[in-house]
Design a binder for this molecule. Structure first.
Ligand SMILES: CC(C)(COP(=O)(O)OP(=O)(O)OC[C@H]1O[C@@H](n2cnc3c(N)ncnc32)[C@H](O)[C@@H]1OP(=O)(O)O)[C@@H](O)C(=O)NCCC(=O)NCCS
Length: 121
């Protein structure tokens, strides 16, 4: 996970990111930001929930709070991406009302096929 989540996201986007804790234990997080270049767009870079705490609505709660944060800044769309093999993420985002694009190649250079999620707020 650390490969896709360098420290800069924690240092510079913590005000638009969320953590979930149970008894001081980190059980989930969402790293997102309000695009500084696209004024209508909010972007979710990463979400993860501890396997012991999945299927309890935790990621839904994190997303719902991020949507509220984005709406409060007049953002009208939320975007995210994942690899086409991440069926769990695709199922989750579909449940959350995102559209799923067809896979497209070379997103981050050769060999990096991705799908994009879009959801209107
Ligand atoms: C994807 C992930 C964040 C979902 O977290 P979660 O807390 O278990 O999800 P929730 O319980 O909030 O589920 C919300 C909705 O998504 C659906 N969903 C979640 N995981 C699903 C799965 N594996 N298969 C099918 N549907 C799923 C739920 O059914 C639920 O829909 P509903 O509210 O209509 O019933 C979690 O599985 C995870 O951490 N995965 C590994 C990290 C990852 O792949 N992150 C995404 C990178 S883009």
């Amino acid at each position: 996970m650390t490969a896709g989540l360098s420290r800069l996201f924690l240092d510079h986007f913590f005000r638009s990111s969320l953590v979930a804790e149970v008894n001081d234990r980190l059980v989930g997080f969402l790293v997102g930001f309000l695009s500084p270049s696209q004024p209508t767009v909010a972007y979710i870079h990463y979400v993860a929930v501890d396997p012991d705490f999945r299927a309890k609505g935790l990621a839904r709660e994190l997303y719902t709070r991020f949507f509220d944060l984005a709406r409060a800044d007049a953002r009208t769309v939320v975007q995210a991406i994942t690899s086409p093999q991440n069926h769990r993420s695709i199922a989750f985002h579909t449940s959350m009302g995102f559209t799923v694009s067809a896979p497209y190649e070379n997103h981050d250079g050769p060999g990096t096929t991705r799908v994009r999620f879009d959801r209107t707020l």
